[in-house]
Design a protein around this ligand. Structure first.
Ligand SMILES: Cc1cc2nc3c(=O)[nH]c(=O)nc-3n(C[C@H](O)[C@H](O)[C@H](O)COP(=O)(O)OP(=O)(O)OC[C@H]3O[C@@H](n4cnc5c(N)ncnc54)[C@H](O)[C@@H]3O)c2cc1C
Length: 423
């Protein structure tokens, strides 16, 4: 019998189990992870630890609560990385937003107002400054926010795992199939075992509806990423900065990073994937989009091959709402951190442990004040609307990017579908 079982070893589940171990140092805590550590979203993302994010425009009180939670999550990660000397290319460098089109330029102005309203620092970056940092002269202008930290996410997730307190045991390749109540305890069923627990913490993000919670609330939309080899020796390799992170101004745009070891990472595109995995055709479309983005921004890098190409499911909700709370007796759930879950998931996981222990705090009140996800229709109807929006984003991209005359790149079937290798 375990005291606590935590399902999922992403940012949310790891923060939850660490906090449980702090609060209950003699408790037996098991973490069950369906995949290998770092192979799921928390390891395969773009590595932005955001202290604030604005892709929607919620009421001011919700925006303020979300910002406090993201900052709390970032501080928690900073503390653990520093206390345990986790080597994860931690770079407190901030990030850029930059505009290529007039539309994006207008959006930058709106973004600047939202950051100012939230009291968050944001500096204007004229085109020549963006060009110095990124090496691309295609940007019209940019905004710089200093609060973001960039990391190598697989290395961070592995470091968070190996630094867990001694009373936490973690099992990989241990997907939970079912939860069953037996009197006052819960039986957790995996393919290989049945574990009885006093309390269960579901931190499985996209896997949550499969365990009976958050059904008809989740939009499984995949996004894609590709990374070049180290660019030493390529003529005109981009930018003066040792590294940088650039977020798109509009949702359909590309996230770009120059990593500390000198690779270019492009995260772009979307596909509605209720079954969890994009098709070969969707990978193919992304390959062309990523190639066109590189060619447009850094023409001299147009022939650089991608060494890695992969996708991951963003667990989105219609209103960026989250599932959070004790949803059945002794079953605690935190799910659907939408596109910026590295910091918000960390905070939510920690607060879920606090909630189960009956602790209160201003941050827990903030978390409880966030809206629940709105209902979504069945996949076939959702697919129609989401695909229509994705097609519109793709058309917009194709208008601004030259999608013809592209060098072939590593195809999805031959590319190693791996997230980042540890640093
Ligand atoms: C390509 C890409 C780029 C992104 N970039 C960023 C970024 O730069 N910054 C940012 O903040 N966010 C980013 N995101 C989003 C971010 O990855 C997620 O918000 C974050 O990983 C959420 O953490 P989590 O722990 O809640 O969920 P997850 O990371 O999804 O972790 C849930 C875990 O539960 C496991 N699981 C699921 N079902 C079960 C089950 N039945 N039994 C056992 N285990 C189970 C999964 O395998 C997984 O490891 C990106 C996402 C993608 C796909």
């Amino acid at each position: 019998m375990a005291d606590f079982v935590v399902i999922g070893a992403g940012f949310t589940g790891l923060a939850c189990s660490r906090r449980l171990a702090e609060l209950f140092p003699t408790a037996t805590i098991l973490v069950l992870e369906a995949d290998r550590i770092g192979a799921a979203n928390s390891g395969r993302n773009s590595g932005f630890l955001l202290d604030i994010s604005f892709y929607d425009d919620p009421p001011p009180a919700i925006r303020a609560a979300r910002t406090r939670l993201q900052r709390g999550g970032l501080e928690e990660l900073r503390r653990v990385v520093s206390d345990y000397h986790i080597s994860c290319d931690w770079q407190a460098r901030g990030h850029l937003y930059a505009a290529i089109t007039d539309d994006e330029d207008r959006y930058l102005s709106r973004l600047a107002v939202r950051y100012a309203d939230a009291g968050a620092p944001m500096e204007e970056c004229p085109a020549d400054r963006v060009s110095e940092v990124t090496g691309s002269s295609r940007f019209l202008r940019g905004l710089f926010h200093p609060g973001t930290v960039l990391v190598q996410p697989v290395a961070l997730i592995r470091g968070l795992t190996t630094s867990l307190p001694g009373n936490v045991q973690l099992y990989e390749n241990s997907g939970v199939r079912r939860l069953e109540r037996r009197g006052s305890v819960i039986v957790v069923q995996t393919d290989k075992s049945r574990i009885t627990a006093q309390k269960v913490f579901v931190c499985a993000n996209g896997g949550t509806p499969g365990l009976g919670y958050g059904k008809n609330r989740l939009l499984k939309v995949s996004t894609f990423a590709a990374m070049t080899p180290v660019l030493d020796g390529w003529p005109g390799a981009f930018g003066e900065a040792e590294s940088f992170g650039l977020l798109p101004t509009l949702l359909g745009g590309a996230t770009l990073r120059k990593t500390k070891d000198g690779r270019l990472l492009v995260r772009q595109g979307a596909a509605f994937t209720p079954a969890g995995c994009p098709s070969a055709a969707e990978f193919g479309r992304f390959s062309e989009q990523a190639r066109a983005t590189v060619k447009r921004l850094w023409p001299e890098l147009a022939k650089v091959p991608f060494e890695f190409i992969w996708s991951g499911v963003m667990s989105l909700t219609r209103n960026t709402g989250q599932v959070f709370g004790e949803l059945a007796e002794n079953v605690f759930v935190s799910a659907f951190c939408n596109g910026a879950g590295n910091t918000s998931g960390t905070m939510a996981g920690k607060l879920l442990a606090d909630l189960s222990a009956g602790r209160s705090s201003d941050l827990l009140s903030d978390q409880m004040s966030l809206p629940s996800p709105r209902w979504v229709p069945p996949d076939v109807i959702c697919g129609f609307f989401v695909n229509r929006q994705i097609a519109a984003e793709n058309r917009k991209l194709e208008e601004v990017c030259e999608m013809t005359d592209l060098e072939p790149i590593l195809s999805a079937s031959t590319a190693r579908a791996l997230p980042w290798t540890p640093g």
